[in-house]
Design a protein around this ligand. Structure first.
Ligand SMILES: Cc1ncc(COP(=O)(O)O)c(C=O)c1O
Length: 386
């Protein structure tokens, strides 16, 4: 019987590679570096474990779950979210490869691209993925191995038409990867839309409590899954079992949390849209968003991250200084609401020109709305800007 995602998320232990003899609700944390080859028999599913960097039953459970819910052939859970991006590059790119990336990408991905460019002579082409002609020109004129984007983008919150980008990538024989950190698989499944890889930071909504840093990458085909597994072992990218356990604690509530993040964030965004000190609010769930229809079609839940442009950097800083609820923190997807000025924190590695190109102003504040009471958040914003 094919089960809905939330049913699978509520029964993570069912994805363990073998049954726990005690029927534990939480599959045990195999917190070990090595396994004795002589002591294993068919009771562990016939698979032989030797070393946790290569394979570990606790991690395999989470990898099996992510493979199922993303609709892929295999997965590697990584020690951080950016490690899943690095693992993607290490798997797909060779020295002198070309990569096409949506210009509005996570600052850490941008920094990593710089590293690959300098160390391995990778040519990085940035484009606005809303502009298909621009993308097609780059794809037709260069031997692109990999196309990469986020959707929604962060912090610009553009919605990329993943089905169309997948088609275009296929036409030019490039692999297509989607960073699904913001939407998560409860909302959007890139592999079903034609992507070859879906990767994500589990640090955020998936773990849900901001208590651990981790990531994962799911491949569409067995061949690509085998390759990511090979490079994860070679480069030591895999996640440790203790952190896997911490991630599993948040997963069963992902759906209800995403629904609440969506609801509360829309109310806060609507409130801000009415304030005369705010020049623009960008939230994909608001009708004012230029890709509102696509957002609704492509995602089941709109994440609780949006941006608001304050009329000046001074006012944005005053708000952040005076707020009593919103922490000035990077990252998103935790129960506590947080704000940051992208130009100062998450996108500090972007130049002023690069920020302008992706629509980030000096006074742009990125909000990640948590699970607090709506009225408390609004009262806090009111007192902070007074
Ligand atoms: C879209 C996106 N991808 C990847 C990452 C990296 O994840 P981590 O911080 O878990 O390494 C982040 C972190 O903020 C992100 O926002």
């Amino acid at each position: 019987m094919k089960k809905h995602i939330e049913t699978n998320l509520s029964h993570i232990a069912a994805f363990a590679p073998f049954e726990d003899v005690a029927g534990a609700s939480h599959f045990p944390i195999y917190n070990t570096g090595t396994f004795d080859l002589k002591k294993q028999d068919s009771s562990n599913g016939g698979k032989i474990y030797d070393y946790t960097r290569s394979d570990n039953p606790t991690r395999e459970m989470l990898e099996n779950l992510f493979t199922q819910v993303e609709g892929g052939a295999g997965c590697v859970c990584t020690h951080t979210g950016i490690a899943s991006v690095a693992l993607l590059f290490e798997t797909v790119l060779k020295a002198n490869s070309h990569i096409l990336v949506e210009a509005d990408c996570y600052g850490g991905t941008f920094r990593l691209l710089k590293v690959f460019k300098e160390k391995y002579n990778i040519t990085v082409h940035f484009a606005d993925f809303l502009e298909f002609d621009e993308m097609e020109k780059i794809l037709s004129e260069n031997p692109i191995d990999l196309v990469l984007c986020e959707s929604p983008t962060n912090p610009g919150l553009k919605i990329i038409d993943l089905k169309s980008v997948a088609k275009l990538s296929k036409k030019y024989h490039a692999l297509f990867a989607v960073d699904n950190s913001l939407a998560t698989f409860i909302s959007q499944r890139p592999l079903e839309l034609g992507a070859d890889f879906s990767l994500f930071s589990t640090t955020k909504y998936i773990s849900g409590h901001g208590a651990v840093v981790a990531g994962a990458i799911v491949a569409k085909t067995q061949e690509l899954a085998d390759e990511i597994h090979y490079y994860a072992n070679a480069h030591g990218r895999s996640q440790n079992p203790m952190d896997v356990y911490l991630i599993t604690l948040g997963i069963p509530t992902l759906k209800v949390r995403m629904a609440e993040h969506e609801k509360v964030s829309i109310k806060i965004a609507e409130f801000l849209e009415e304030q005369d000190y705010i020049t623009k609010v960008t939230h994909p769930a608001l009708k004012s968003h230029p890709q509102y229809d696509l957002a609704k079609e492509q995602m089941d839940y709109i994440p609780g991250v949006f941006s608001a442009d304050f009329e000046s950097l001074e006012l944005a800083e005053k708000f952040i200084e005076n707020t009593k609820i919103f922490g000035e923190k990077c990252s998103f997807g935790s129960p506590d609401s947080r704000v940051e000025i992208p130009a100062k924190i998450s996108h500090a590695s972007f130049s002023k020109e690069e920020l302008e190109a992706i629509g980030i102003a000096e006074g742009t504040v990125r909000f990640s709305i948590g699970l607090e009471n709506i009225e408390d958040l609004i009262e806090d914003i009111k007192q902070a800007v007074k």
